[in-house]
Design a protein around this ligand. Structure first.
Ligand SMILES: NC(=O)c1ccc[n+]([C@@H]2O[C@H](COP(=O)([O-])OP(=O)(O)OC[C@H]3O[C@@H](n4cnc5c(N)ncnc54)[C@H](O)[C@@H]3O)[C@@H](O)[C@H]2O)c1
Ligand SMILES: O=C/C=C/C=C(\O)C(=O)O
Length: 482
């Protein structure tokens, strides 16, 4: 059985207490590796080493930093098959998805910031008539913390680590304890890439232990977190009174709004993905589907038929559309919503929601994709994030009505709009209260754009220069000359 180790100052080490946790393969339900159950003393050690490494890393030329980030990207690409298999085994996602999305995006994150750091600039302000010029320095913060979730493990972890080190910081990172394997493999890659020791330190363990120790460590200047809204709240409660910089990417309950004038084929095939890609475990999934009344019956029939055709299977098989849900406890949480809908007089389960019989893998966490018809956007199913292969559908009559339902949510991460009417798409894009609006597309990413949510979906933006600004402290210098 493979034992994952922490990576501190270039050494692969066991946690100081020598305690380990089981790591489960969700497609079989079997324990297949052990991961460190780290605590405050491991974080303390990592922070001390990262603090020492900061001095020379922050003085390293942009060209050198860029070269090392590029090498990490190249090594990720060269190890695509190995990393994809590890991600799929750890998370339950289809191997073809890990190969085509997760791992290429992890490489792209390093490649992107290898370039971006050479293009990043600071501002100057000439105060006309006052013989004064202001210029702004952007200094790396020091040691920063990066904490990531289990749904897109290497994709989201590297989306934080790459800009943090590009900007000259040193990092204490903690991947989800549910999916730690590719973070461990990334450390092996960093070791080969020539990244100086102590620049990236990976501390594995539970959120309330290792995660909390990172958040409350006084020498950690900023926390970049992606995960659940409740966890984000708890992190903010600890970090805000310490005046740490905080970037929080949290949950979503994203509307997918479909007008009758849409490109129907493109809409329906994309809606299958935005509903069920990665078993519906993407914070951007469109879990509330609103369909214009005149199209509703046709959409309902066609969509349910297409959903029934999706194949739930072992992640390694090429024709698997949905693999396993990430864990037993998560499977139970998702099923509890389906059970609730089955009892509810105002909800109709149109398909799925049961566990398929996969004879070879009776203990895997598989669930058939589920479509539920609801009558009211205020219902629990439309207000709470489920984060699994479950979507709701309901009709609407007017643009105003659907806009008010779309915005009637505690969350505000992303929305998707299907219409060929340019004026309507522009009007609605202005009015939707989400950080991201996709029109006639979904999860279409340009890494330069600001990425993040409003309301309970988070605080701050990742991506492009937004991320480099987050990971630097501006210092304004004001000079009066004569
Ligand atoms: N907005 C986004 O970009 C985005 C992206 C992916 C996932 N998510 C959200 O993440 C959630 C699913 O992921 P999850 O279940 O891994 O989330 P989670 O909040 O349980 O865990 C996320 C990370 O935080 C750590 N953690 C837990 N408690 C902590 C604490 N008290 N202090 C510090 N760290 C702690 C965990 O160990 C893990 O590494 C969903 O709500 C989803 O919407 C959001
Ligand atoms: O599950 C959440 C997905 C987040 C995606 C990104 O952060 C991204 O594409 O940059």
């Amino acid at each position: 059985m493979k034992t994952i180790l922490n990576y501190i100052n270039g050494n692969f080490v066991a946690p100081q207490t020598n305690a380990f946790l089981d790591n489960v393969n969700p497609s079989t339900g079997e324990i297949y590796s052990q991961i460190p159950k780290s605590g405050p003393s491991d974080v303390e050690d990592a922070v001390n080493k990262a603090e020492i490494a900061f001095k020379s890393w922050s003085d390293t030329t942009l060209e050198k930093r860029s070269e090392i980030l590029t090498r990490i990207a190249d090594l990720i690409e060269q190890n695509l098959d190995k990393l994809a298999l590890a991600e799929s085994t750890d998370n339950g996602k289809p191997l073809h998805l890990a190969k085509s999305v997760d791992i290429p995006r992890a490489a792209a994150n390093f490649k992107f910031f290898a370039h971006a750091l050479t293009q990043f600039y600071s501002e100057s302000h000439e105060s006309q008539g006052k013989d004064t010029i202001n210029y702004t320095l952007r200094k790396p913060l020091g040691v920063v913390g990066c904490i990531s979730p289990w749904n897109l493990p290497l994709y989201l972890l590297t989306w934080k680590i790459a800009p943090a080190i590009a900007a000259g910081n040193t990092v204490i990172a903690k991947p989800s304890e549910v999916t730690p394997m590719t973070a461990f493999l990334l450390c092996e890659i960093c070791e080969k890439s020539g990244l100086p020791h102590g620049v990236l330190n990976m501390v594995h363990g539970l959120g309330p232990e290792a995660g909390q120790a990172i958040v409350e460590h006084p020498k950690i200047k900023a926390i970049s977190f992606t995960g659940g809204t409740k966890t984000g709240e708890s992190i903010a409660r600890t970090a805000a009174p310490m005046f740490k910089k905080l970037s929080l990417e949290l949950g979503g309950k994203n509307p997918n709004i479909i007008f009758a004038d849409c490109d129907y084929e493109k809409m329906i095939s994309t809606t299958l993905k935005s509903s069920f890609a990665n078993q519906g475990q993407i914070c951007l999934c469109g879990s509330r589907i609103f369909v214009e009344q005149v199209l509703y019956d046709k959409f309902k029939t066609d969509f349910v038929e297409r959903v029934k055709d999706l194949k739930v299977g072992h992640p390694i098989e090429d024709n698997t559309d949905l693999g396993a849900v990430v864990s037993k406890s998560h499977l139970n949480k998702v099923k509890s919503y389906i059970d609730m809908a089955q009892q509810h007089p105002d909800m109709t389960v149109l398909c799925g929601g049961n566990m398929p019989e996969l004879k070879q893998y009776p203990d895997g966490y598989y669930l058939k994709p589920c479509v539920i018809e609801v009558r009211d956007n205020q219902c629990q199913l439309n207000q709470e994030e489920i984060f699994g292969p479950v979507v709701s559908i309901m009709p609407f009559e007017t643009e105003d009505e659907v806009l008010s339902m779309a915005n009637d949510s505690a969350y505000g991460l992303s929305s998707t709009l299907w219409t060929q009417n340019l004026n309507r798409s522009m009007r609605m894009s202005q009015a939707l209260e989400t950080g991201i609006v996709w029109v006639n597309t979904w999860l279409n990413r340009d890494l330069r754009t600001p990425f993040g949510g409003t309301k309970q979906s988070g605080v701050g933006r990742e991506g492009g220069f937004e991320a480099l600004r987050f990971f630097t402290e501006p210092k304004n210098v004001c000079i009066e000359y004569s």
